[in-house]
Every structure is written in C-alpha cells, then in structure tokens.
Design a protein around this ligand. Structure first.
Ligand SMILES: [Zn+2]
Length: 890
C-alpha cells in the first residue's frame, strides 16, 4: 500500500513537471552528514555490515544483529521486506544520528539511513530508522522501521544489440501523429518491454488539437492552426507493454546494428532521457535513474529544425493532461484536457481536488534580515486529511530555504526530500493517516530568498519592458516583499484558505506590514543594543481565512488610522496608511481616498471581508501595486520617472486613483473570493478592474467612467484574437507580451461584466453580484459559480453569454438601423458574424438636449424593437459611451 502510494506521489510530481515549465525531475537526497571525526565507530561498522547483508539478501544475517530482547516478529517482517534476493549493488548512507541516554556515554542511538539497492537495471530507495543499543561487545539493533520507499526505478540505457528499420512507422496519441517515413529505431528496454525509443530518419510531426482555443494558440505559435513540421530525430517514452497502444510495431524490422547509426541514436538518448521521469539520487548513485511513465502516458521529444525541441506529453494524473511544450523558450503552447478527462469530469475543475489534504492554520515565526535577503523561520502547518488516506504530504517551499528539521505532533521527527527546481518538499509519514484526521508539521528552516517583484497575480504593474533607462541618481526607498511567489514558508501546493498567526522580527531600522491584524501592544523590542541583537518584533493574527501570507519590510512612517463602519451595521474596517518617509504627504491623500473607496465597495458587496486593511505607500520605478489579504502595497513612482508606461492596458491616466481602486478591490475579489485554477483568474482581475471603473464613475462622473470603458474596449477589441478570457496567464504567454494578458483578463473581463450589467439591468446585476460574493466568500470558485449566481437572480440561462464572452474569443459585427415611425423609434439590429447575446446601447438626444439611454438586448440574428417617443429626436448615437465589444458597421 505505502509502496504504491509513494510511487504514485513520485509520478505525480514528475507529471506536474511536464505540464509546467521545467525540464526534468530530480529528487535530491538529503545532505550527507560530515564524516564522524573519530574514524570508524561502532555505528559505522554496523552500517557496513548491513550494506553487505542487503547485497546478499540475508534475512537470517540481519536477525543475527538484532538484540534478543527486541520484538522478533517486527524484526522478521522488516527483514523479509528489506533484504531481498538478487541485489547487485547496495549502498547504506547515514543521514541522522541521535544519541540516547542523558549526558555522558550514550546507551544507544536512533539512526536514520538511506538504503539504495540495485537489482541489475532496477533500483529501490528506502529510508530506515534504526534504534541501536550500545553494549560492551558492540552495537545491536533493538527496533527498526521503514520510513519511506520508492520502487520501480530503472537505469535506462539504449540497447546496443538491437536496431530496427522503420517504414511508415506511426506513433499516435490524442491529437498528435508522429510518423517516421523511413529510418532507424533504437530502443531502451526494462523488464516487461520497451520504455524508450530513439527515432532517426525522415519524419513528420502533426499536432492537431481539437479545442478551438488551443488551435488559436498553435496559430499564434506557428502561423497555422495545426502544427506540421518535419523532424530528423525524436525520443519517445512509454510504459513497458504500451508499445502496441501507441504505434504500428509491425512496421519495424530487425536489422544488424550499424555502429554509426547507433552512435547518432546514443547522442539523442543522452540529450533527452533526463528530460522527463528522471531521478538523480545524489550520493546513493552517480548514475541516472528513471521512473516508468505509467500506463497510457507518453512523452515525446521531437527535434524540429524550425522550432527546436517540442515536447508532447499525455499525463493522465493532471487535470489538463495533454501538453505541447516549447523547450527552448520554456513556453506552454497547448495545455488542455483529453476527451477522456472531459467526459469523466466536465470542463470545470478545482485544483484543490488534486490535493489530498487541506491546510487549516499556519503559525509562523520569522526573523527577516532584508539587507542579506535572509530569513529564518519556524512554521507549524496544521493539516486535515481530505483524501481517503495519506502516507506522505507534499508542501511548497522555496528551494533556497534549507530545512533544519521537521517534526510532527503524531510521529515526532520526520524526514522530507526536496524536489529540485520545483520548490517542493515531500514528507513521508511512517504510517498512513485517514480521512478527517489532523496532523501538525513543524518546520525549522532558513536561507536566502529574493524578495518578490510584481507580476500577474493580484498585482497590477505596467510592462517593465517599456521603462526607459533610469537616471543614475534615482533611488527609491528599498522595500522587500515576500508574498505568494516567494514560497517563503511551507505551504499547500495550491493556494488554500487558512487562518494564521505570524510573528516577524526585523532590524530596528525597518518597519513591517503583513497579512493579519497587528496585535495589541506590538511591535515590541527584543534583544539589546549592547549585544547588537536588537530587533523589532511584530505579531499579526489572521482570524479570517486567507489564500496566502505576505509581508513587506521597508522604512515606513505612520500616516493615519480610521475606523469605517459598514452601512448595514455590525462590521468595521480599521484602515491604516503607512508610507515611505518621502511619501507621507501623498499618504494623507491616499488615506482619504482609500476610505472613500472601501466604503463604496462595501456598499456594493455588503461586506468588509477582513477587519483591517493597511495601505503601504512604497516608492517604486513604476506605478502599480500588490494586494494580499489585509494589506495593499501601492507603488508611488518618483516625479523624475519617465512616463513611458502610459501605453499599457492597466494605465488610465485620466483617473490616477485607478491603481489604488484596483488594488483595494482585490480584498473582496482575489482574496475573499478566490479562483479555482488559472483559467478563473479573470474573476479576480476583471472584478478589481470593474470595481475601479465603478468607483471612477461614483467619484468623478459619467465622462470619466466612459473614458475608462472606452480604453478597456479598445484594448479588448485589439487583442481578442489572442484567445478567450478563460485562458488566464496563457494569454500573451507564447509571445511573452504581458500586455495581452492585461488587455484580456483585466479589461475584456471588466467589459464583459459591464455588458452583463447592461443586459440584465442594474437591479439584477448588483443583486447577482452580491449573491455571487456571498456564496464565494473564502472559497476558490469558477466561472460556473458566477454564472449560476446571475442565473438564480434572473431565472434565465446565461450559457450563451458566457460561452461567447469568456470561453470564446470571437467578436460580433453589428449593423443597427433606426427610424422614427409616428411617435415611436423603430430599431432594427442585424448580427453579421455569429450570433451573440449582448446589449446594444443607443443614446437618444431630444430636441430639448435631454438625453436617454436605450438598451436593446439581442440574442438572435435579427432583432426589432420599438420605443415610444414623447418628444422630437435630435440625434441617436450607437454605443457612444459604453464598452460594448462589437464592431459596428454602417
Ligand atoms: Zn489586479
């Protein structure tokens, strides 16, 4: 049970690598201990003996080392599982030694060892905990336990004795055909069959994804909706026994090995074999070891002249189990669910369902030294098991942070292994724990972690690429942000609502703002000046669940604190503003504005999700900000900054408070309302953007609002052909142009919300908005929940609307005719491209210069509507002030 569980975990990690960005999975064995100073001791002698017994598979020999007083049944069971026949090499490495028995000479040791056993080209890694008793005549085992195991490791190599000639060999997996018209094939086999193939010769790759969205991305990448490209070499990994599933093996004919061809194949193998399913075992083996792909999984590295190496992978454990990846540029070209997965699960998924635990609380103490970008931490993570039963826990933690120890309330000391370049730590549990059970894991860790630069998530920041060279004497006040990108504390592998307590100590010259309410009586001083150990310690409590923890360290002056009250009574929001010393004056304006914005948003949603909110006004090269729960960082560019960021979808220069309004909205959308996976990020950004636009209207009137909508519309229309809003971070990803992401996820998303409002009317829209907010608060949700809330509010289906505007990327072309007939205005609308559900806005100006807006909701090819008129019409304008995303033709 635990064996297959460990293996399944390992495979999940490998597969995740393929679906993400990295290239190859490498498990890193724990750091070797320094050699024991006094030369070979009793423990080392025992380990050398054990190594020999593992090699010979000698269970009886092992029992000879076990003390007579020990539990024999346990020892026999352990011996039978761990000392297996057929080993060809064995390595036992000591990882940890804890002496027993007070001061003076120890009475024994608890020793943890890694044991690597080779059986020909098959391998097995186990971690044992041995309790040893020191006796006068040497050392004996009195108890033992296996902590973890990874089996079915293979040392794969190219078979030197076999070559096949191929004619029209076809390798077929979902949406891809790899054809070798003529050439040679070399194989790598393990027991059970072929797991690797090297293809040499004249070949062609044909990738033809079914989903329209993915076809668009392939067009952006290659210029055509299907990718057809010749290749001369390729490397394929499959599970042994799967060859007939994927290829017509009758097109392979055995031929004598041609040494020149073999040499070429060996080069390809060497280059590609470690790109997936690969393990490196540190000091246990210098040789490459590989996991098997698993039935029905496949990875193909296709070397094309035009695009470099393209990797196709089918990884059944992933929610989006088909990927095409551009190795050289580290870009996902296509990522989507196979037909089988869609049939089983449907379109929507929540990344949390792929985790078998839920973090309920964090208790973290960190000492941060911003000058060295160094943090030391002690973090207790409270976990509740949500899967049927778990034997390991995978958490996210920056690779740069060294784990000094892991202990648990149930099991005492535990061991973890790191997954290289993945910011992950896997903790094996000595016994399975069942659904509903809880576990606390405490980590002591530390290391160098860079503070985070703003990027797409809960951050609005204009494109760095457009910034001009800075004047050399320009220096913004240094600030250090540790947030969702930094993995600065052990955390769930996907964002996860949990409560937290957080203590942060900083040098006394700095100040700190973090997720949570600053506790009464903090910060306090710790240490002394004399010993140069003086620190300022902050304590924050986050009783409301939040998706992730963040803090910022910089020099701050307190500007002011206000307590706001919810109009409907009850809740309050303590709003504080802190600012870099040069920004205190600006901070006062921000405080007044932030209070107004927060009150306005609470009137729209009926809620303050978090009881306190601190705005930190921080100098930065570019405008923008970042908004974790409980605080918002607002960038304040210095006056000498060049204004080259204006040509950006996120910049609204007619309304300079837009950034602040956007960031504050994230407390409600993005933090209180989370998103279930990357596709749903628009729920955070579009609401933040639309709320900021609504505030612009509230604060500055219709003309400013229209200006904002017009700019959103322009960006959205210009970039819509890059893919649907639902594509999330992948918009602009292939071209490395983040403006495309902002144009669509932020601006088109906001324009879609505005059209929904016009289509439903204000009452239904704002009612649906509140309904959605209430149902989604402190949850990770998706577009389907948003749609359901508006459908419940209005009693009508919105399938067509969301299909076209969120899941689709096409835009309508509309022709509107109108004429006055008697005392009515007759309006006729034709849809010239596709049939969209949307509102058409007509602004009617009467002879007395009064104006009125008419809405014509349409969902068919042709629509006729008549409006009664009470006065003479002077002028009619179509879509004058609104962000309706359509091309209007005359
Ligand atoms: Zn944002």
């Amino acid at each position: 049970m635990s064996n297959t569980e460990s293996l399944r975990k390992a495979q999940l990690v490998v597969i995740a690598v393929l679906a993400c960005f990295a290239c190859g999975w490498v498990a890193r064995a724990q750091t070797p201990l320094p050699p024991v100073a006094s030369g070979t001791d009793d423990v080392q002698r025992l380990l050398t003996q054990l190594e020999q017994l593992v090699l010979t598979g000698d269970v009886v020999g092992y029992l000879g080392l076990v003390a007579g007083t020990a539990n024999r049944a346990r020892a026999i069971e352990f011996g039978r599982s761990e000392f297996q026949p057929g080993a060809t090499r064995a390595v036992v490495k000591e990882r940890e030694r804890i002496p027993f028995g007070g001061s003076g000479k120890p009475t024994g040791f608890r020793v943890v060892v890694d044991v690597f056993t080779e059986f020909g080209n098959r391998g097995r890694v186990a971690t044992w905990q041995l309790d040893l008793q020191q006796r006068d005549d040497g050392i004996v085992v009195f108890d033992q336990q296996r902590l973890s195991i990874v089996e079915r490791l293979y040392r794969i190599s190219l078979d030197t004795t076999r070559q096949f000639s191929a004619t029209n060999l076809q390798i077929h997996a979902e949406d891809i055909d790899i054809t070798l018209d003529a050439g040679n094939v070399f194989v790598s086999s393990v027991e059970g069959g072929v797991t690797g193939l090297v293809l040499l010769g004249r070949g062609a790759m044909h990738f033809h994804p079914k989903p329209d969205t993915e076809r668009t991305q392939v067009r952006i990448f290659s210029g055509s909706e299907t990718l057809d490209t010749p290749f001369t070499t390729a490397f394929i990994r499959i599970d042994p026994g799967d060859a007939e599933r994927f290829m017509n093996i009758d097109r392979l004919t055995s031929v004598p090995v041609d040494p020149r061809e073999f040499k070429r194949a060996a080069e390809v193998f060497k280059q590609d074999f470690a790109k997936s399913y690969h393990l490196s075992l540190g000091d246990l083996s210098s040789e490459p070891w590989s996991l098997l792909p698993g039935a029905a999984n496949i990875a193909a590295e296709v070397h094309t002249r035009r695009y470099g190496v393209l990797t196709y992978a089918r990884s059944k454990a992933e929610p989006e189990d088909i990927t095409l990846f551009d190795r050289a540029r580290h870009r996902n070209i296509a990522v989507y669910s196979s037909e089988e997965t869609l049939a089983r699960r449907g379109r929507f998924y929540n990344e949390d369902t792929f985790r078998d635990y839920d973090v309920t609380d964090y208790n973290i103490d960190v000492a941060a030294s911003p000058g060295r970008l160094w943090i030391d931490g002690v973090a207790t993570v409270a976990i509740r098991v949500t899967g049927p039963s778990i034997t390991s826990v995978t958490l996210r933690l920056a690779d740069a942070l060294t784990i000094r120890s892991i202990t648990s309330d149930r099991f005492g000391r535990l061991f973890g292994f790191r997954v290289n370049n993945q910011n992950l730590v896997v903790i094996n549990l000595p016994a399975a724990i069942d659904e509903g059970a809880t576990l606390k894991l405490t980590f002591v860790y530390g290391g160098h972690v860079d503070s985070q630069t703003p990027d797409g998530s809960e951050t609005i920041a204009v494109g760095q690429e457009q910034a001009a060279e800075l004047p050399p004497d320009f220096t913004a006040e240094p600030s250090f942000l540790y947030s969702n990108r930094s993995a600065w504390y052990p955390q769930a592998t996907s964002t996860d609502y949990a409560t937290a307590t957080l203590k942060i100590s900083v040098p006394t010259t700095y100040d700190c703002v973090a997720s949570g309410v600053l506790d009464e009586g903090w910060p306090r001083t710790a240490g002394t000046k004399e010993e140069q150990s003086e620190r300022k310690v902050y304590s924050f409590t986050s009783a409301q669940p939040r998706r992730y923890l963040a803090f910022i360290i910089t020099k701050l002056g307190h500007v002011e604190t206000r307590v706001l009250e919810l109009e409907t009574g009850g809740k309050t929001l303590t709003l504080s503003v802190e600012a870099n010393p040069r920004q205190v004056r600006r901070g006062r304006d921000v405080a007044a504005r932030a209070a107004d914005i927060a009150k306005f948003y609470s009137s729209l949603t009926g809620d303050f999700p978090y009881p306190s909110l601190t705005v930190a006004v921080v100098e930065n090269e570019l405008p923008g900000g970042h908004s974790p729960a409980y605080f918002a960082e607002l960038f304040q560019p210095l006056p000498m900054m060049p204004l080259t960021w204006r040509n950006d979808p996120a910049s609204f220069d007619r309304f300079p408070d837009f950034f602040l309004a956007h960031e504050l909205a994230h407390q409600w959308f993005g933090q209180a309302v989370g998103w279930g996976n990357y596709h749903e990020q628009w729920l955070s950004e579009a609401f933040a953007q639309y709320f900021a636009a609504l505030y612009a209207q509230h604060n500055r009137g219709d003309a400013v609002f229209s200006g904002v909508l017009r700019q959103m519309r322009r960006w959205a229309m210009d970039q819509s052909d890059q893919g649907p809003v639902y594509l999330g971070y992948r918009l602009g990803h292939i071209k490395s142009d983040s403006r495309i992401f902002r144009a669509l996820v932020y601006n088109k998303g906001a324009a879609v919300l505005h059209m929904l409002r016009r289509l439903l009317g204000d009452d239904a829209f704002f009612g649906g908005l509140r309904r959605f907010y209430a149902s989604a608060r402190f949850r990770k949700v998706g577009t389907d929940q948003l749609k359901a809330a508006f459908e419940a509010e209005t009693g009508r289906s919105l399938d067509q609307f969301f299909d076209q505007w969120i899941y689709g990327s096409a835009l309508p072309r509309i022709k509107v005719n109108y004429r006055v007939e008697g005392n009515e205005l007759a309006v006729h609308v034709d849809q010239l491209a596709g049939i969209f559900e949307m509102p058409i806005m007509l602004m009617v100006e009467f002879a007395d210069h009064s104006k009125t807006n008419l809405v014509v909701p349409i969902s068919e090819r042709s629509v006729d509507r008549r409006f009664p008129l009470s006065s003479t019409i002077r002028n009619v304008e179509i879509n004058k002030d609104d962000g309706i995303l359509a091309e209007f033709v005359n």
